[in-house]
Ligand binder design. Sequence first.
Ligand code: AMP
Length: 284
Amino acid sequence: MLVHTIKEVRDNVKQWKKEGLTVGVVPTMGALHAGHASLIKKAVEKCDKVVVSVFVNPIQFGPAEDYDKYPRTLDADVKLAEGIGADIIFAPSPDEMYGKGQRLSNDTLTYVAPPYFYVNKLCGKTRVGHFDGVCTVVMKLFNITQADYGFFGQKDAQQFIILNKMVHDLNVPIELIECPIVREPSGLALSSRNKYLDEKGKVDALALSQILNNIKACYNKGITDISALKETSLKFLNENHDLEYLEFVDKDNLEDKTKADDNTLVLIACRVHGVRLIDNILLK
Ligand code: AMP
């Protein structure tokens, strides 16, 4: 069932809770693909009732980012989510989420701001304020749905670690479940932003997964020196790539690694033909 208001979600959840049913929430920005589908499937398997939110959240986009042109495919999203067994697709307007006429700034709106250590690196370095926007909207979705479980992709690994920290620090009564990255057969991680790529762009986009797989293969051969592992990626990059970062951090707390080990998460962000893509791999 497609609903657009917070009240409709709350009314349904109230009834479900009365019946003692468990609730799962899958927050998304829509343009759903097989990656999102895997999260919804996991949620349907684990929970009695599932809410999928479809909301392109204005407060997590920077002024020069792609908020306006972000793909919006609500009809197809509803079909896909309902086909898997989602009970509610919650697609609010920005006014519904933040209040009509509300100025979307942390001067005027209560934000959930994750700690500096977690946001001052990787995607947070260039996307200033992004994780404040993510935590704020996700916290609102947790409060609206009263969900017992929240489902997120490893695709956004920094986001997952930050959200887990938020849930822990603020005693939010929910368990977060991380789902593996779904890829095309070529290795390209599925992303709504892949829609911006043409055929040549998709070929050049393979560099991200190739770099990560190659680093893992080198680690498995015994190389643990991070500079040496970074060096192996250069051969995959050409003039269509603008590498933003390639970092080695602890998978649990995002601390920088001095040497690669089994707990190391390798994350990459790279512009390919101008489209910003991210990917990551765990070395274990
Ligand atoms: P988005 O709509 O991009 O905000 O993503 C919504 C959720 O889907 C996030 O938890 C993402 O990590 C997850 N997700 C996006 N792409 C993938 C993928 N290729 N595999 C698994 N999960 C994904």
